[in-house]
Design a protein around this ligand. Structure first.
Ligand code: ATP
Ligand code: MG
Length: 420
């Protein structure tokens, strides 16, 4: 118990964290290129925010939230998704009062959901998300889809499908609800227990059910796309024009409704096929009414969330390896009484931006070399009595065996040159 992480959580170990860092660096770059700036919101919020923001007919609110009372008897919930917190911050700090759109992203945000742990389903996972407030045009929806697509294709993901749909707006969706309910009414006896309650409270969610049998039932359900109002239809057409102009392949999938209640118009998912079936790595859409619903002004918004563990899983599945940085550029070995000289050289190298280290455990010279080799350091610098007396250091390339003797004061330049 004591030495076992809670179910559904995963440590990222020192030897593996470079993969997260690599993806995060790319996320920062791609978000910045599109003018998005980072927002950091708390890991927990008032439960109320998610009840109102995520919607009480969703799986998240109904069964997945980590909710508890704090010592002040307030109901607190660990973030089960990233958007509500971003909207709360936008409203609290009146960010909408600046010139719009207001573009923000978050990365490495811990997300908590009490789910049955299984492949690709954790109780704590991490999301990268981008949110754009105050842009009603479909170009904003498209730029977000492009950013998510770019990220995954730059990582080398091949097997990627962009699926889009429109779920309309409060003008046209009631008409669809009625049509869908009519269709589902004849089949209600065959639906799973959860879908029976969905049928009453939010029939759209039946389309999203993961039960095989329910999926079969809705195969021939009417499509929202047939009843979109003019505005929604035009918006969806423009989205497709943008994606076509950008040359990315996409598919229309009228079954996508997304797991959160707040979406309007565009919804999308980026899906890959793995040997174990389909894996959704990214989901998002437009939520033009959420800001107002959470106490802000009427403000259109669109965004996505991407699960980073799933991205990495996908890379594993496709056999894509991310570049692994060396722990050290150079390992400084020393003989005899030259420990302090080695220490000084290590500090000098680090000050010059070189990743350097030395032995801290009292190893023999031979064992120092062996350790250096184990860390994968491409270079070893050696200080013996003769070198220290004449102010030089021997630097050896561990792969090519090339060796140079240089002034200690010029060690960093020599290291950088030998690393080329
Ligand atoms: P699913 O249909 O798989 O349950 P979702 O609709 O609940 O997904 P979102 O709320 O859209 O997922 O979350 C956005 C992304 O976060 C997902 O596309 C996925 O990559 C990731 N994600 C969601 N839940 C988990 C989880 N339990 N473990 C790991 N990643 C997750
Ligand atoms: Mg889910």
């Amino acid at each position: 118990m004591l030495t076992q992480a809670p179910r559904g959580t995963k440590d990222v170990l020192p030897q593996d964290s470079y993969r997260f860092q690599y993806v995060e660096a790319l996320e920062r770059r791609i978000a910045a290129e599109a003018g998005y700036r980072e927002v950091r919101t708390p890991v927990f919020e008032h439960t109320e925010l998610f009840l109102r923001g995520v919607g009480d007919t969703t799986d998240i609110v109904q069964k997945e939230m980590y909710t508890f009372k704090d010592k002040g008897d307030r109901s607190i919930t660990l973030k089960p998704e990233g958007t509500a917190g971003a909207v709360r911050a936008l409203v609290e700090h009146s960010l909408y009062a600046d010139a719009l759109p207001c573009k923000m992203y978050y990365l490495n945000a811990p997300i908590f959901r009490y789910e049955a742990p299984q492949n690709g389903r954790l109780r704590e996972h991490h999301q990268f998300g981008m949110e754009c407030f105050g842009a009603k045009d479909a170009t904003a929806d498209a730029e977000l889809i492009m950013a998510a697509f770019h990220l995954l294709s730059e990582l080398g993901v091949k097997n990627l499908s962009v699926n889009i749909n429109s779920i309309g707006c409060p003008q046209c969706r009631p008409k669809y609800h009625a049509l869908l309910k009519e269709y589902l009414a004849d089949r209600i006896g065959e639906m799973c227990a959860t879908c029976k309650t969905r049928f009453e409270r939010n029939p759209l969610r039946v389309l999203d059910c993961k039960e095989k049998h329910c999926q079969e039932l809705v195969k021939d359900a009417p499509s929202m796309l047939d009843v979109l109002c003019d505005e929604c239809r035009e918006h969806f057409a423009q989205l497709q024009q943008c994606l076509a102009a950008a040359g990315i392949p996409y598919q229309i999938d009228s079954r996508i409704v997304r797991g959160l209640d707040y979406y309007t118009k565009t919804v999308f998912e980026l899906i890959t096929t793995t040997k174990d079936g389909n894996l959704t790595v990214c989901g998002g859409g437009r939520y033009d009414n959420l800001v107002e619903q959470l106490g802000g002004p009427e403000l259109s918004a669109v965004g996505f969330g991407m699960g980073i563990e799933r991205v990495l899983m996908l890379l594993d599945g496709e056999g894509i390896e991310l570049p692994k940085p060396n722990q050290y550029d150079v390992f400084v070995t020393f003989m005899g009484d030259n420990k302090i000289a080695a220490f000084s050289l290590v500090q000098q190298l680090r000050n010059a931006g070189v990743k350097a280290d030395m032995d801290h455990t009292g190893r023999s010279l031979k064992a120092q070399f062996k350790y250096a080799n184990k860390t994968g350091a491409p270079l070893c610098a050696t200080l013996g009595d003769d070198e220290v007396a004449s102010g030089v250091v021997k630097i050896k390339n561990m792969n090519t065996r090339e060796e140079r003797t240089v002034a200690i004061s010029e060690a960093a330049e020599a290291v950088n040159d030998m690393l080329k």
